[in-house]
Design a protein around this ligand. Structure first.
Ligand SMILES: [Zn+2]
Ligand SMILES: [Zn+2]
Length: 230
């Protein structure tokens, strides 16, 4: 941003020197010129209507009265902002000309990606892996939310990809109308790196299962059979 030059206090004149009346308009800020039979008054091109000019300009700001400066300021970010939101900070923009009011600073928000939470409007989406026995038998899991961990019940026979909704665990609405939800998508993890003993138990488990324990597979196989009968 541009701030008032501290060497000349914004006047643009070299410290110790004064501004002089503009020689072109003699301090009036306006010049007259003839256009045919009428005299037209126009803003003085030399002083741009200010009426005075600087004899020896300030060496720090070259007579502009302002200098470039980098400043760090603290800004309060309201809850609920998203990428593309614009914040206005009053008076933190460039300083005005010759003591005029400062402009405003505009901040464009860009929200960083989070390793486990994804944002969807005011809702938060989180994928949580669950084990094969938990998905099959049901139970409770600990789920991270924006405000800390909560316990969530997994019903018996939960399929992979099922989405559970945790009410009001999402992002606060920017205009203060309530809070979004957290959507928990459970992904059943297929067991890997099994020992031969574990594999033996699983084969034993498969042997005692009837096709009715996998109704989705059963109905898929039925559809396939129908297609190939035609
Ligand atoms: Zn200066
Ligand atoms: Zn002038």
């Amino acid at each position: 941003r541009q701030i008032v030059c501290d060497a000349c206090s914004g006047s643009g004149a070299k410290p110790g020197t004064k501004k002089i009346d503009c020689p072109t308009c003699h301090g009036r800020g306006q010049v007259l010129y003839s256009a045919g039979f009428v005299n037209v008054s126009q803003t003085c091109p030399k002083c741009r209507g200010e009426g005075s000019t600087i004899k020896s300009p300030c060496s720090k700001c070259d007579g502009a009265g302002k200098v470039r400066s980098t400043q760090k300021i603290e800004v309060t970010v309201p809850a609920g902002v998203d990428t593309g939101s614009r914040l206005r900070v009053q008076g933190e923009g460039d300083t005005g000309t010759r003591g005029g009011p400062s402009g405003d600073l505009y901040i464009y928000i860009n929200v960083k990606e989070h390793p486990i939470f994804q944002r969807h409007g005011y809702d938060i989406i989180c994928e949580v892996p669950i084990s094969f026995p938990l998905a099959t038998l049901g139970g409770e899991i600990e789920v991270p939310t924006l405000t800390g961990n909560v316990m969530m019940r997994i019903p018996e026979g939960t399929q992979s990809g099922r989405v559970f909704r945790l009410g009001s665990k999402g992002v606060k609405n920017l205009r203060g109308y309530g809070t979004g939800d957290q959507l928990v998508k459970v992904i059943m993890e297929t067991p890997t790196h099994l020992t031969s003993e574990q594999k033996k138990f699983l084969k034993e488990f498969e042997r005692v299962c009837s096709p009715s324990v996998n109704p989705i597979s059963q109905s898929f196989m039925d559809k396939v059979k129908k297609i190939f009968k035609k």
